[in-house]
Design a protein around this ligand. Structure first.
Ligand SMILES: [Zn+2]
Length: 524
């Protein structure tokens, strides 16, 4: 039976005291009735207790600290700068004092890419030919340096090119590389998927270099410069015209000389991880926010707001005898392409990933002209990307319940994998979260439901120097921080609706490789 909101509030007020008494909490969680609805009722009360304890005015104190850190460090908190390191030290100090098991994980990020001389592409055999840079081909940024002479292997092309753009799926599936001979240079047509996906598949197949070529429709025949947003291929990457691509694909056994004279300088940063000492170690509830900002400003809404709300939730949950293990994360390098969360998930074993039952993400939760967007886990909006992994729909419902009980409006936002949850959903981990809007423009319909100004951006200071403490919407911060506390506590005590992927792995002969992390909007 579901508690009415009035009774729920009364019970919650009582339990605010109870949460400081570990045994008082453990008892109802362990002895909840057999009906699932009864269990949900108890966890809902616990969740309400946390919502009550997480207060906007306390979250704001962390934001004041982050503003001071930016002020003292050249006006920003971007990864690779002292402002980021000071932000991490601030959060680390708080969670350490609160008793969490605190650790960091390494994050690499590209600092600078330099090309020292123009790249070279020559056909060695069957004909000796030198292609011209930049009319026939150009270097892809930030290609690794390399000098290789090897046979070409053409990967699943559409030749002659189809009349319609984005027809070729060349290199998009790892099966395109079945039979690929390691050490050869992959020749890959532009098409449906992102270039980074093609190049990563080529890398996995043991390629010694990649030559892309434009797909071949009108307006899609010349080489063009673009940033593939990956610097760790370890081989040269260029893109050629359609004509050069077709020329190289023409005869089997074509050998080329490919040389890129470039170097990426890599920087190092840290993710911060705080894990509770109580709760089942195999049932991890993970909650994260990116801690880095852009170099243009102090990054107080993006994403001081999510970082501070997650921190305050962690502080209020410290020492609670939760049923499940809590793991909080503050990510580095989100603004450079989700680097911290991507590298974190990539660094886990499959068994470690399976222990993460769900991931909650908070990236901008106090936008001045806000809308309460909830990641559309069930794809009920049928917009953009499909639904998240099983369990994501239930997470969206938990947030809907929080706002719904208070008569507060909310709406879905496409689950497109473009924040730190991307690596989690790509690995089958259900996810959800709140987002109050960035540079997008508030519609008249949204202004009618949520208040604020139609025709203006949700956050007029997005990625700008004015994303300061005055860019924080105090009402939204309080409301959404409470929702973060609510959802975190709900799952800390009750994983109803979240599939047990461990169990699935035990009963199935799980041989499927984990899905690869998708690209971050790289060109295709
Ligand atoms: Zn952000």
């Amino acid at each position: 039976m579901r508690l009415t909101s009035r009774r729920g509030m009364v019970r919650a007020a009582t339990l605010v005291t109870a949460v400081t008494l570990p045994l008082a909490l453990a008892a109802p969680a362990a002895t909840a009735g057999t009906a699932a609805s009864a269990a949900t009722g108890v966890s809902d009360v616990l969740a309400e207790a946390l919502a009550h304890q997480v207060k906007g005015k306390n979250v704001k104190k962390h934001l004041d600290a982050l503003q001071s850190i930016a002020d003292a460090n050249g006006g920003n908190r971007a990864v690779g700068t002292p402002g980021y390191d000071a932000s991490l030290a601030y959060v680390r100090d708080k969670v350490t004092r609160a008793g969490y098991k605190v650790s960091t994980t390494d994050v690499e990020f590209p600092v600078k890419w330099e090309e020292f001389s123009p790249s070279v592409l020559q056909q060695v055999s069957p004909e000796a030919k030198t292609y011209v840079n930049p009319t026939d081909f150009v270097t892809v940024t930030p290609s690794s340096g390399g000098d290789v002479t090897a046979q070409i292997q053409v990967v699943d092309p559409v030749i002659p090119p189809a009349p319609v753009p984005n027809t070729s799926t060349a290199g998009c599936e790892s099966s395109d590389f079945a039979g690929f001979v390691p050490g050869r240079i992959a020749l890959i047509q532009r098409g449906t998927c992102a270039f980074i996906d093609k190049a990563l598949n080529a890398k996995a197949a043991g390629a010694a270099g990649v030559i892309f070529f434009n797909e071949g429709q009108p307006g899609r025949t010349d080489p063009f410069e673009f940033d593939i947003r990956e610097w760790r291929f370890g081989f040269p990457v260029v893109i050629a015209s359609t004509a050069v691509g077709l020329d190289l694909a023409d005869s089997p056994g074509t050998v080329v000389h490919l040389k890129v004279d470039a170097k990426t300088t890599v920087g190092h940063a840290k993710n911060l991880i705080a894990e509770s000492r109580l709760g089942a170690a195999g049932e991890v509830v993970m909650v994260g926010a990116h801690l880095d900002g852009v170099p243009e400003g102090p990054g107080i809404n993006d994403n001081g707001s999510g970082s501070a709300a997650v921190l305050e939730t962690a502080l209020k949950m410290a020492h609670l005898p939760t049923k499940n293990r809590l793991r909080f994360a503050w990510w580095a390098g989100e603004e450079l392409g989700l680097l911290g969360s991507d590298q974190y998930v990539a660094g886990l074993s499959q068994a470690e990933r399976d222990r993460i039952r769900l991931y909650l993400n908070f990236d901008m939760v106090a936008s001045p002209n806000d809308v309460t967007f909830l990641y559309d886990g069930d794809d009920s909006d049928a917009e953009g990307s499909g639904p998240g992994p099983d369990g994501s729909a239930g997470i969206e419902k938990v947030f809907e319940r929080y706002y719904g009980k208070r008569g507060l409006p909310y709406k879905g936002t496409d689950f497109d994998g473009r924040s730190d949850y991307g690596a989690f959903i790509a690995n089958g981990i259900p996810s959800g979260g709140i987002f109050t809007g960035a540079e997008g423009i508030k519609t008249a319909e949204e202004a009618a439901r949520f208040g604020g100004t139609a025709g203006a951006p949700y956050d007029p200071c997005y990625h700008d120097v004015c994303d300061t403490i005055s860019n924080i919407n105090a009402a939204a911060l309080d409301r959404n921080a409470k929702a973060i506390g609510y959802a975190t506590a709900r799952y800390a005590y009750d994983l109803t609706g979240i599939p047990d992927r461990n169990a699935a792995a035990r009963t199935m002969s799980a041989t499927a490789a984990p899905a690869r992390v998708p690209a971050h909007g790289a060109a295709s």
